[in-house]
Write a protein that binds this ligand. Structure first.
Ligand SMILES: Cc1cc2nc3c(=O)[nH]c(=O)nc-3n(C[C@H](O)[C@H](O)[C@H](O)COP(=O)(O)O)c2cc1C
Length: 308
């Protein structure tokens, strides 16, 4: 059913290199259907410990002329316990499933103990259903979230989650599940260096680059709406961040995401960005249901990145 272009990474077997980016299936309602469309992996969420409605609509705007979206969803989701219940009853398709977790809005952003506990609550509820865990510290739509990319906060968060992953593996069996961090495109090279330092000090298993941008370059229709911009205007920025990460961390598993709207874009993300895997969201919205298979098939003909 899937396009075969297998990659073994993070201790997981990916049937192909094209994944669905976080934010599309926030509540794990569509994993089987998405699998049928040919995705090689799916990142569910972002899920928070507490159920929350997200921001008031309107919270998503289309800019078809620019192949772009702006969203200010604000982590609308059913909460970790309910999503876990759904995954338990529906089962899960036979491709790697990532679980993206984020901070509940009600948790005060300046209380790091509460923030860590919030992520750990989600992790404990959802642990059995994910093959990797992605921590989202890069959405622009939750106040204070991106501050968690700072060296001190990220160290604490990663250390706590990693310890919990080790503990969960020892009690529930199996090997420790990989922990990835999703980063914003709007950070300086110095900030990326800090994240990579945390990665080697605390053991981040991979980077997902990037989330949406707060910049508006490349958007030709003037707009005042606030939120994260995705799609074509993000393309070069995401590629730059990915290739910077790759240059600085040649062996770190890397998922490239941002502005992929053609086979050529996906190949550039692999060949120039150095990504091992790619994810798509906005391109999928505009290009439609055959898009994941088309990209997976196109990438199959591209050489996989030589590692090490
Ligand atoms: C409507 C919408 C909701 C999103 N929600 C999330 C989310 O909950 N968690 C997350 O990590 N990224 C979220 N994203 C970001 C995407 O996963 C992706 O990183 C970004 O859109 C760039 O990829 P693209 O240009 O292919 O869309 C969202 C994007 C969109 C358009």
């Amino acid at each position: 059913m899937t396009v075969q272009d297998p990659v073994d990474l993070l201790g997981l077997h990916f049937p192909n290199r094209v994944g669905l980016a976080a934010g599309f299936d926030k509540n794990a309602r569509a994993a089987w259907g998405l699998f049928a469309l040919g995705f090689g992996f799916i990142e569910l969420g972002t899920i928070t410990a507490q159920e929350q409605p997200g921001n008031q609509p309107p919270r998503i705007w289309r800019f078809p002329e620019d192949g772009a979206l702006i969203n200010a969803m604000g982590f609308n989701n059913d909460g970790a316990d309910e999503v876990a219940r759904r995954l338990r009853s529906d089962g899960r398709p036979p491709i790697p499933i990532g679980i993206s977790i984020g901070k509940s809005k009600a948790t005060p952003e300046n209380d790091m103990n509460a923030v860590v506990k919030d992520y750990l609550d989600s992790l404990r509820a959802l642990y059995p259903y994910g093959d990797y865990i992605a921590i989202n510290v890069s959405s622009p739509n939750t106040s204070g979230l991106r501050k968690l990319q700072g060296r001190e906060q990220l160290s604490l968060l990663v250390r706590s989650i990693r310890n919990e992953l080790t503990f969960l593996a020892s009690t529930k069996g199996g090997s420790r599940k990989p922990l990835l961090v999703k980063i914003a495109p709007d950070i300086t090279p110095q900030a990326i260096d800090d994240i990579l330092q945390v990665s080697s000090d605390e053991g981040i298993d991979g980077i997902i680059a990037t989330n949406t941008t707060t910049g508006r370059e490349g958007l030709h229709v003037p707009t005042n709406v606030e939120g994260g911009l995705s799609g074509r205007p993000l393309k070069e920025k995401a590629l730059q961040v990915a290739s910077y990460v790759r240059r600085k961390a040649p062996n770190l598993p890397l998922i490239g995401v941002g502005g992929i709207e053609s086979v050529d874009d996906a190949r550039r993300m692999v060949e120039i960005g150095g990504a091992d895997l790619v994810q798509i969201y906005t391109g999928f919205i505009y290009e439609g249901l055959f898009f994941p298979r088309r990209i997976a098939r196109g990438l199959r003909l591209a050489p996989a990145r030589a590692r090490g």
